[in-house]
Design a protein around this ligand. Structure first.
Ligand code: FAD
Length: 389
């Protein structure tokens, strides 16, 4: 049971599943530890969008290109359907904003958006309320079913000889300045290498082991619906996304308090109204993001659902009353670039693969680079990202 592993991966969302698979392809003996038998994480509740147009630097443009090319063939590589497709992203512009001014915020991206007036936007997305927007930006986007993608990675990982155990990692086993294994609620597992992919719960796991990190998290609220006959043709999101501003200022929002003071009740939330439909006809309507340092904090789902439905009723009126359930999850982010990927400073045996922006497009190619790096090949990309937490 407690056999020695070359690597232990903590967390079976998209980051941990893709990384476990890539490490196993290198003939390494890998254990994936996941606390939940039924996934209830950010990957399950994600829109599934692949923003491969959004690269602004050499690094992000390269990763975006690698990411979209990887996703185009991933179902075949993993022998499991990720439901990949290419479709339009429609970024709605509020009535009181000038579309061309907002479009300037997209000037640095690798692909420039088309600027559509309200009528053109409605021609593309007939569910859009023409009276609610001054227009929209259109971008080519990729789309996957994130949970099916994580499962496809896990299945391929198991076929490679990997092992998945459903236990909660409660602590990292420390010997001097090294992490030598993981203590779960049931067992202790030994390995010279552990990588934390525990999403929004990574920070707590690391803090408990005495490791400081630049990984933070927001609480997210969204509505998941069962399959519906109403057809959404595009992915709809706001052109001005408040989530990024919230993340950028999250540290300052908790003035004078520490992120690791779980009793801090300070909270700030934003709502970016958007919608996406999956291939089975189900919808995800969202999204409220809130900053609160306690990962266990329960947001008011009834209030959240009402706010999301109210905002959706103005932009996509036909979707506002589709029956659905409000769900919540934690979404990790960092204030130090596009992700926290690499080894931990002054501590051997412990690595991070976490806090991504554009996780679904960046994490899969970075998992490949990570596996190359730890097996002594092609470390350039990881060195560009690794700032040793
Ligand atoms: C509504 C919404 C829409 C989104 N849309 C997009 C989008 O369009 N495109 C995009 O790129 N991103 C999007 N995201 C963000 C993206 O979904 C997440 O960044 C990504 O899924 C995070 O993956 P992860 O593996 O890091 O974390 P998670 O999916 O949260 O997985 C972490 C896993 O670790 C496990 N775990 C935690 N602690 C422990 C422990 N102690 N022991 C064992 N297991 C543990 C958890 O159970 C969980 O399964 C969206 C998110 C939300 C909420």
């Amino acid at each position: 049971m407690n056999t020695n592993y070359d690597w232990i991966v903590i967390g079976g969302g998209i980051t941990g599943s893709s990384l476990a698979y890539e490490l196993s392809l290198k003939q390494l003996k890998v254990l994936l530890l996941e606390k939940d038998t039924i996934a209830d994480n950010a990957t399950v509740y994600s829109y599934g969008g692949l923003a491969y147009w959004s690269g602004t630097t050499e690094l992000t443009r390269r990763l975006s290109q690698e990411g979209i090319e990887l996703h185009r063939q991933l179902s075949s590589e993993l022998d499991g359907d990720t439901e990949f497709r290419e479709l339009d992203l429609l970024l709605t512009c509020p009535l009181d904003h000038d579309l061309k001014t907002i479009a300037k915020n997209y000037a640095d991206f690798a692909i420039q958006p088309d600027i559509l007036d309200a009528q053109q936007a409605c021609d593309l997305e007939p569910l859009l309320n023409p009276n609610s927007v001054s227009g929209a930006l259109r971008l080519p986007h990729g789309h996957i079913n994130p949970q099916k993608t994580a499962i496809a990675y896990q299945q391929a990982f198991l076929r490679q000889g990997g092992r998945i155990i459903y236990e909660r990692a409660d602590g990292l086993l420390r010997k001097g300045d090294s992490i030598v294994g993981v203590v779960t609620d049931k067992n202790t597992y030994y390995s010279p290498n552990t990588v934390v992919c525990a999403g929004g719960l990574s920070r707590r796991l690391l803090t408990n082991a005495g490791i400081t990190s630049n990984i933070f998290f927001t609480h997210s609220l969204l509505i998941k619906t069962p399959p519906t006959d109403i057809k959404l043709s595009t992915i709809v999101m706001p052109a001005i996304q408040q989530r990024f501003t919230l993340e950028a200022t999250a540290k300052d929002l908790l003035q004078g308090s520490s992120w690791d003071d779980y009793h801090n009740e300070s909270i700030k939330s934003i709502l970016d109204a958007g919608a996406v439909q999956f291939l089975d006809g189900s919808l995800c309507l969202g999204q409220i993001s809130a900053v609160a340092t306690n990962p266990g904090r329960k947001l008011d789902k009834r209030l959240g659902e009402n706010s999301i439905r109210q905002k959706i009723s103005s932009i996509l009126p036909m979707l506002s009353n589709v029956p659905g359930t409000c769900a919540s999850c934690l979404v990790a982010f960092t204030n130090q670039g596009i992700a926290v990927v690499g080894n931990v400073k002054d501590m051997a045996g412990i690595y991070l693969f976490n806090g991504f922006t554009s996780t679904l497009v960046f994490a899969p190619p970075l998992a490949k680079h990570f596996a190359n790096w730890v097996t002594g090949k092609d470390s350039q990309i990881i060195q560009m990202i690794n700032v040793s937490s």
